[in-house]
Design a protein around this ligand. Sequence first.
Ligand code: PMP
Length: 306
Amino acid sequence: MPKFAFFHGKIVPFDEAKVSVMTHALNYGTGCFEGIRAYWNAEDEQLYAFRLLPHYQRLLESCKIMMIDLPYTAQQMSDLTVELLRKESNREDTYIRPLAYKSSEVIGVRLNNLQDDFTIFATPLGRYLEKEEGADVCISSWRRLDDNAIPPRAKVTGSYANAAFSKTEALLNGYDEAIVLDESGHISEGSAENLFIVRQGKLITPPPSSNILEGVTRATVLQLAREDLGLEVVERTIDRTELYVADEAFLCGTGVQVAAIASVDRRPVGAGKLGPVVTRIRDLYFDVVRGKVAKYASWCTPVYAK
Ligand code: PMP
């Protein structure tokens, strides 16, 4: 459990960060959030928060779509996060959850003319998906939300009812994770992570117009693949059966990190185990997030004074 939270404009003991049952966002799903990881590097005795600014820039975009006005810049929210992490003083991998929400205690569905608030908490977290080296996934019978329903580009709390439907179906049927198709029948993403396939050495991932969340990890993987691993990368729509015949496939996201897909709908992907391309991406990703790659040091914000 977290020891503190940023709440009502200041850091307070976690038990004091409570909202009313009438809170608009609790009743109607009118909030936007982020998920950020901070990685403990034992050698450096340092906690590195990964890519704070892109996460807070996306939060501001989500807020723009949801008409939530925050009195903070992305840089100010990053600074608040570091301050909170310092108070938490964890010496282990930590998950950070910023949440911007409609805080009015009022009945009535709308976005305008309501009060907004912002909170952050942070809690230790290991793996999100146990089988990161080879997850068994299924294609969900639930469809991904559409930009004209609840825009997936915005990380809206209410839209996670959709994610929960697909994830629950997968778990109850004995799978580790669900892949969702969009309304056109193309692959969108996992329940809470983006998806890549590898075919003939080429990395392929669905474009934003496939109703994905524009993931920070996705952008990170695209950059590492192009600049450091010399891989050809293509953003285009992907059919369901392309996933069946892919050489390798993986999920990526802040929570799931980079997780290989072993099978889809009980069909093994490639050799059905961690493949060479995904292995290279994972190894580099884990070095980068722990602050071990000088070129990307600016992505890793040290929390503690040297
Ligand atoms: N898609 C969805 C639906 C998600 O919830 C997440 C997790 N935030 C992602 C993709 C991956 O995004 P990121 O890499 O920014 O964590």
